[in-house]
Design a protein around this ligand. Structure first.
Ligand code: IVH
Length: 681
């Protein structure tokens, strides 16, 4: 990016950020999610780091919080309330450490890590041990006096006193205790922390507000912010606000930030005793640990705060813009980030369906880097109003497929391009067709190269014929050279056919033929799945195999017969029926048989598991779920897709889903993969 381009981008980002910031910090309203907003800020921060000469005092990176509301009295902070820069990965953390090293020519730092609470920052001033004033952050320099409201929060002590430290392992030096005692008697102690609302309280309150027909809040942070800035302290008092302390500003002679937490704790404030970390590895370990535990926390946290523990080093490192160099927020991977659409390309599926795919500037979302996201269909593109070159929000909420959920039209430069779906197939030029009531356009040409390629990939995939060693490049070559025109041809290939292909020698050609031939016996369900009938996944293939027992019987099934099968609706029945009406498909089935493809007998081999019903959740290491189900059936057992009182066992693989939760609730016997394999033996 040139400096000119950077400046344009920076100006636009600032406008959009300041609009959303105003909504969020001043009006307690939200149009873009926190994560999306953070992501825009992060982009701005990074651009400004690259072109520091473009940093202006008015930049959102140089300012903290919003303008003070007029109605509250303003208070000038004696020490500014600064903000923290974010990092999202171990690499970014490493960059920070290197930077610190360069700043003060040191290689070793000790850190302190603690949870980052998603609430609302406030500062508390105690004079002679009594809470006399409390304020919001405001713009970092001047905040709003919310003393009355803060006093209603029970986790904020009105009077400080030293409590003896239970079970912290460490004792505060006598000197520090003496100083605290002195300041409690006649002096000032300033404490900072976060006002927040617990997750449960948030839900309860939101429900109540909804019942009354009032405004509800998007998240606990907004509710806490909205409540603490109520002009009527009675209303604030009615909200279950809490306070979490994370710093003591007053110099109490303590040398480490970790001691600040001990001090806060001993002063009777709710705080986290965090962890001292000797290196980045320990920080990452702490971060991993907290991110695993975060669900069980009663309040929301959005990351871990990492501070250079030695207070004098921290001070020496100083401040850049409005954030100290010696502190970073190591955020949990956001489920939402912003990025730019570099291009929109079309993908042709095995059924000829055209799917527009957004090619993204790579971003990390939900812990992984992604570079593409489906746009589903032309309707979706229209609905989002998305153009090539747009800045968008990519979400990866819970599920595995990332989706584009929002566009920022105000960030456009004017060079964005609208995307139009072509009228003809980009691969073979055949006119695209769309069925009534469908949003998907398809290429109807059965010989379309792109479609064919996809079909081959599907046919040999793990859940179908599971032919390993036959990668996409080889398949493309085989089709291009006319060596195969449908998957049945694969089983007729001879060593000599493959040998002339680029990069093949005798041995590798032999191996490939062996790999193909070793997979010519499949189960009926896998064969049905491999045929690639529209709307037929692994489970339906299994159901069909169970019901019909042979391909011949399935082939001849009438529409009404198909529709009557459990779990098969009219759309699926129609797909199957229509598939076997087409001459080409019937020919393929015949050809497969002639090429030596055989169906494995799926006769029940034993009654070892008779009368038992199993449910599977999560992925297994040594087989697919489909294979596991087949094995259970062969031993006389039953499988089901959902947990009920009738379930005898749940087999739990990696990343189990909601079924696991339900099974635990119903106290169903849990079986791990190891035990399951043992049982099969
Ligand atoms: S230390 C220089 N510690 O996060 C600011 N802040 O995004 C030092 N926050 O302004 C703040 N948990 O409102 C600190 N354990 C924690 C925190 C924490 C939440 C908030 C705080 C801060 C904001 C920065």
């Amino acid at each position: 990016m040139t400096k000119g381009e950077a400046k344009k981008r920076i100006d636009k980002l600032k406008k959009v950020i300041s609009y959303h910031r105003y909504l969020y910090h001043v009006l307690d309203r939200q149009e873009a999610s926190d994560a999306a907003f953070d992501s825009l800020k992060h982009e701005l921060y990074e651009l400004e780091q690259e072109f520091p000469e473009l940093i202006t005092p008015g930049s959102p990176t140089q300012r903290v919080g919003g303008k003070p509301l007029k109605q509250f009295k303003k208070v000038k902070h004696r020490i500014p309330m600064l903000s923290i820069e974010d990092v999202f990965s171990g690499e970014e953390l490493k960059k920070w450490e290197d930077y610190l090293g360069r700043m003060i020519l040191s290689k070793k730092f000790e850190y302190f890590t603690e949870p980052k609470i998603d609430g609302f920052a406030v500062t508390l001033i105690y004079k002679k041990g009594i809470l006399v004033s409390g304020a919001t952050r405001g713009d970092g320099r001047i905040g709003e006096d919310i003393t009355q409201n803060l006093k209603t929060i029970e986790s904020i002590p009105l009077k400080l006193k030293i409590h003896s430290l239970p079970n912290t392992g460490k004792k505060l030096p006598k000197k520090i205790i003496k100083k605290i005692e002195r300041l409690i008697k006649k002096g000032t102690i300033e404490i900072r922390g976060e006002v927040y609302i617990g997750k449960k309280d948030f839900e309860k309150l939101n429900k109540k507000l909804k019942k009354k027909g009032g405004k509800t809040f998007a998240n606990p942070r907004n509710l806490a912010a909205g409540s603490i800035r109520q002009l009527d302290p009675k209303l604030a008092a009615s909200r279950p606000l809490k306070f979490f302390a994370y710093d003591v500003i007053t110099n109490l002679g303590h040398k480490k930030h970790s001691q600040s937490h001990q001090i806060l704790f001993s002063l009777g404030l709710k705080t986290d005793l965090g962890k001292e970390c000797k290196n980045l590895k320990e920080i990452i370990g702490y971060w991993n640990n907290i991110s695993k535990k975060r669900k069980s926390f009663s309040f929301q946290i959005d990351g871990v705060v990492v501070t250079v523990n030695d207070r004098s080093v921290f001070k020496k490192l100083g401040v850049v813009g409005k954030s100290p160099r010696g502190i970073r927020a190591f955020k949990f991977s956001p489920q939402e980030v912003t990025t730019v659409i570099k291009d929109i390309r079309l993908q042709i599926g095995r059924t000829g369906a055209l799917t527009p795919i957004a090619i993204l500037k790579p971003v990390r979302v939900g812990g992984v880097v992604i570079s593409r996201a489906t746009l589903h269909n032309a309707e979706e593109i229209k609905r989002l109003g998305v153009r090539i070159g747009d800045t968008v929000v990519v979400s990866r909420a819970g599920d595995v497929i990332p989706a584009i959920t929002k566009v920022f039209p105000k960030l456009r430069s004017g060079r964005e391009k609208e995307f139009k779906l072509p009228k003809d197939c980009p691969s073979c030029g055949t006119k695209l067709l769309r069925q009534k009531q469908e949003v998907i356009w398809r290429c109807p040409n059965p010989n379309c190269f792109a479609k064919k390629k996809r079909y081959f990939h599907h046919f040999i995939s793990k859940r179908a014929f599971d032919i390993v060693g036959l990668g996409p490049k080889i398949i493309n070559k085989l089709i291009e050279e006319g060596l195969v025109s449908d998957p049945a041809d694969l089983f007729k290939l001879k060593e000599g056919d493959i040998l002339p292909l680029e990069r093949f020698a005798k041995k590798s050609a032999q191996n490939l033929i062996k790999a193909i031939q070793s997979k010519n016996i499949v189960s009926l369900s896998k064969l049905i799945y491999a045929l690639g009938i529209r709307n037929i996944g692994e489970q339906t293939s299994q159901d069909l195999a169970d019901h019909f027992g042979s391909l011949d019987r399935l082939k001849k099934a009438s529409f009404s017969e198909l529709e009557k099968i459990k779990d098969i609706g009219p759309i699926v029945a129609k797909s199957i029926y229509e598939f076997f009406q087409k001459k080409g498909n019937l020919e393929l089935v015949e050809k497969l048989k002639k090429s030596g493809v055989k169906i494995k007998s799926s006769k029940i081999k034993s009654s070892k598991l008779k009368g038992l019903t199993f449910v599977l959740t999560g992925s297994l290491n040594v087989m697919t779920r489909g294979e596991a189900k087949e094995k259970i059936r062969l031993l006389g057992g039953d499988t089901s897709e959902s947990i009920s009182e009738k379930t005898d066992f749940i087999i739990v693989g990696n990343d189990p889903g909601s079924k696991f939760k339900k099974a635990k609730k119903l106290k169903i016997k849990i079986m791990e993969e190891k035990e399951f394999l043992k049982m099969l033996r």
